[in-house]
Design a protein around this ligand. Structure first.
Ligand code: PLP
Length: 407
């Protein structure tokens, strides 16, 4: 891992446009011509390198982006998708068939949770949700039918840290595939280097970074990605979650600045988390020593990209959380919006938004409280100024009254 720098790997990739453009040309075609019928047949069979058949299968723009994301994650290749869910669902459906079983972290993105809990059983695939920070619980949940271990590097929304190396050892011991969603920690963590088999991302978030599109990717071995694209039984080919070429080209351009953005997101989030913790608030941020996964995470990250841009604050009640978020938005400190990785700070109460698919009793059990606000900290230039403005909002709505006796 020492010599692996994901941002350098992206930087080293050069693509030119067909007229010498500094950006690769966008493939604006859904289908491709062939000079010989034989080459068309070979391409269909997957045996004609460099030829394109039909853009649901692959297109030059999607392959450029896929190669850049594979370079970032240190995998042989990657397949981009129209959304993070498009990538996640096709990976899981490729790896599992009727009768199979998944062991998943219980704190994952609500959509992924809902897919495993409510949709996959219709296909005879079941999931046991466990606290993946307790390796013995993960092992206890494995059955002879288990095929996949699933987790998020930094979980949504509780920011728990997955011990990917330990989960990978377990996966190897039981002959399972370890699938890791690395959406919250691009560049900071390289899951494949820690033993993951497949890495998925919602490109919608930090990687694209402009909140102007949805997108996803699955990074893995050439053999696995070829399977996903297989015309006869590949989930990516047959379910059709194809990213549009125009979008692939725009995500690719944004990827070029990801390293600068991640450093600023991490810098700003660490500053705010540290200050709010000193103020006596209940802050969760993996960069704080008080975070139960801090030491583990410190050992996992590529340090220059930091501990990431996500933090949570528990302000005591949903009413207070709503009041605070509305005021912060009114004062232009950010937007009351789901999603993450934007230049502007985004905040939402996950219990009633992105994790509302998780039943209330399960939310409670995993520590997802009513007053929890998830912040995706933006790229603010002067974070001390932001801190002071946020603190004023907190004082106005009375957050400190309950959190600290003296302020
Ligand atoms: N994974 C994580 C961790 C997410 O937060 C999300 C969306 O919020 C997704 C996957 C799904 O991605 P998309 O909305 O691009 O389908």
């Amino acid at each position: 891992m020492k010599n692996f720098n994901p941002a350098d790997n992206i930087q080293d990739l050069q693509y030119f446009g067909e007229f010498g453009g500094v950006n690769p040309s966008i493939s604006d075609s859904s289908t491709y011509t062939f000079l010989s019928a034989k080459t068309m047949f070979d391409t269909f069979e997957g045996n004609a390198d460099g030829c394109y058949l039909y853009s649901r299968h692959s297109s030059p723009s999607n392959l450029y982006l896929g190669q850049a994301l594979a370079a970032m994650e240190g995998t042989e290749t990657a397949n981009v998708a129209a959304s993070g869910m498009g990538a996640i669902t096709s990976v899981l459906l490729q790896l599992c068939q009727s009768g199979d079983h998944i062991v998943s972290s219980r704190t994952i993105y609500g959509g992924t949770y809902a897919f495993m809990k409510n949709f996959m059983p219709k296909l005879g695939i079941t999931t046991t949700f466990v606290d993946t920070t307790k390796i013995e619980k993960v092992e206890a949940a494995i059955t002879p039918n288990t095929k996949v271990l699933y987790c998020e590097t930094v979980s949504n929304p509780l920011l728990e840290i997955a011990d990917i190396a330990a989960l990978s050892r377990l996966a190897k011991k039981h002959n399972l595939k370890l699938v890791v969603d690395n959406t919250f920690s691009p560049l900071s963590v390289s899951p494949v280097k820690l033993g993951a088999d497949v890495v998925v991302h919602s490109l919608t978030k930090f990687i694209n970074g402009s909140s102007d599109t949805v997108g996803g990717v699955a990074c893995g071995t050439q053999a696995f990605i070829d399977e996903m694209r297989n015309v006869n039984n590949g989930a990516a080919m047959l379910l059709g979650p194809t990213m549009d070429s125009l979008r692939a080209a725009s995500v690719m351009k944004n990827l070029r600045t990801l390293h600068i953005r991640m450093k600023q997101h991490s810098h700003n989030a660490l500053y705010l988390a540290t200050r709010f913790e000193q103020d006596g608030l209940k802050v969760v941020y993996p960069g704080l020593k008080s975070h139960p996964g801090h030491e583990l995470y410190k050992g996992m990250i590529n340090p220059e990209y930091g501990f990431g841009g996500l933090m949570t604050l528990d302000v005591g009640s949903l009413d207070k959380a709503n009041e605070l978020m509305e005021l912060m938005q009114h004062r232009n400190l950010g937007y009351l919006a789901v999603s993450l990785g934007f230049y502007k700070t985004l905040f939402s109460a996950p219990g009633t938004s992105t994790s509302s698919e998780i039943p209330l009793d399960e939310q409670k059990e995993m520590g997802l409280t009513d007053g929890l606000i998830r912040f995706s900290i933006g790229l603010d230039n002067d974070i001390e100024r932001t801190y002071k403005m946020m603190r004023e909002c907190m004082e106005t709505v009375g957050v400190f009254k309950e959190a600290v006796s003296e302020f």
